[in-house]
Design a protein around this ligand. Structure first.
Ligand SMILES: C[C@@]1(CC(=O)O)c2cc3[nH]c(cc4nc(cc5[nH]c(cc(n2)[C@H]1CCC(=O)O)[C@@](C)(CC(=O)O)[C@@H]5CCC(=O)O)C(CC(=O)O)=C4CCC(=O)O)c(CCC(=O)O)c3CC(=O)O
Ligand SMILES: NC(=O)C1=CN([C@@H]2O[C@H](COP(=O)(O)OP(=O)(O)OC[C@H]3O[C@@H](n4cnc5c(N)ncnc54)[C@H](O)[C@@H]3O)[C@@H](O)[C@H]2O)C=CC1
Length: 153
């Protein structure tokens, strides 16, 4: 497959539902909040990091429960980041059926979009992806761009 086009989306007020409340969810929720999204995290266990964040951020709500098949409605974007591959697959299938853009953290084949490494300085925003093929390289490049932006912006 060819490279994914870097579309820059207005996330202000968009409703994002994140399944899973672990390490990966926390990193991504933090990024989404910076861009003005309204985020709901649904998971039986939610990390301390996310709990602290929810105390400070009105745009973040936490739901302590498992994903339920058929539950998705009035959602603009979904991230499936549970540690259960089967659950992530079920979320993926429901999103496909309801035409909700979805990212499955455990399976690069099941991503309508990749979650980029983000470098932001003032009005400049850079998103980095290796097209699902090399998250380590994406991370390295993002870090270098962050340094560069600090220097020149
Ligand atoms: C395909 C993608 C799917 C998606 O969009 O969900 C995906 C998939 C996977 N990542 C895995 C592991 C890790 N990913 C990271 C970090 C990042 N991963 C990110 C994006 C993406 N990761 C998507 C596009 C990737 C691309 O562009 O090619 C970044 C850019 C953005 C973000 O997640 O915030 C962020 C770096 C930016 C930053 O830090 O700023 C770390 C932490 C670290 O490296 O420190 C680890 C821990 C492991 C380690 O350390 O090895 C595994 C598990 C299997 C494995 O270990 O290989 C899979 C599953 C699979 O590959 O199928
Ligand atoms: N894309 C990426 O950058 C990376 C992706 N991964 C993948 O991401 C996924 C999550 O990784 P971590 O955050 O490290 O896991 P974690 O173990 O820290 O968190 C897992 C979360 O899933 C929740 N969960 C379990 N069953 C659930 C259900 N039925 N419904 C809703 N939530 C449920 C747990 O309560 C917990 O909050 C894994 O599938 C892993 O393979 C892992 C590393 C990096």
């Amino acid at each position: 497959m060819g490279a994914y086009f870097p579309l820059f989306i207005n996330m202000e007020g968009k409703r994002v539902q994140v399944f899973g409340g672990g390490k990966i969810a926390a990193r991504r929720v933090l990024t989404l909040l910076e861009f003005g999204a309204r985020v709901k995290v649904t998971a039986p266990m939610i990390s301390k990091e996310l709990e602290k964040l929810a105390e400070q951020e009105n745009s973040l709500t936490l739901e302590y429960r498992r994903y339920q098949r058929g539950e998705l409605k009035e959602v603009d974007l979904v991230l499936a980041a549970t540690c259960e591959d089967k659950v992530n697959d079920m979320i993926f299938m429901e999103c496909r059926q309801k035409e909700i853009p979805v990212n499955v953290a455990s399976d690069q084949e099941k991503c309508d979009f990749y979650f980029p490494g983000v470098a932001k300085e003032g009005e400049i925003t850079v998103g980095v992806t290796a097209g699902g093929k090399n998250h380590k390289k994406a991370k390295k490049v993002t870090e270098r761009i962050r340094e560069l932006l600090k220097e020149i912006c």
